[in-house]
Design a protein around this ligand. Structure first.
Ligand code: ZN
Length: 133
């Protein structure tokens, strides 16, 4: 976990927003940034975003719920949300951990994800739901 990124301290309740500001989220991050990673699955490799974990109950949409667009594909169990005004991915509910959202670290207020250094890469391309029996 990471409680400080550069000179920015991660607050227990930290805001996140899309690029245009239509969507504003509040995240409960009492332990800071948890499980920061990238992912090699078909959608994450295109987004290229660093993501981290927050419990589903620890994310609230403060503003712009009507601007959040849901995108689903393949098994349609994961839920990927993005702002339909500016196109920025804010968070997704994964298949492997439905109790968690992965949120876009780059959306955190004042946080530069590049200051996290090199992050581990989740092997989402070999997800268990996609393996052939
Ligand atoms: Zn936006």
């Amino acid at each position: 976990m990471t409680r400080q990124v550069g000179s920015v301290e991660i607050r227990a309740q930290h805001r996140a927003s899309c690029h245009c500001g239509a969507v504003v989220l509040e995240l409960d991050l009492p332990d800071g940034i948890v499980n920061a990673r990238r992912c090699n699955c078909s959608i994450c490799k295109r987004k290229g975003a660093a993501v981290a974990s927050v419990p589903v109950t620890g994310l609230r949409v403060l503003q712009g719920a009507e601007s959040l667009q849901l995108y689903q594909f393949n098994t349609r169990s994961a839920k990927h949300y993005f702002c339909k005004v500016c196109g920025i991915h804010t968070h997704n509910q994964s298949r492997s951990q439905p109790g968690q959202y992965a949120y876009n670290v780059g959306c955190l207020e004042d946080v530069n994800p590049h200051e996290l250094g090199t992050l581990p890469v989740s092997d989402g391309v070999n997800h268990i739901s996609d393996r052939k029996a």
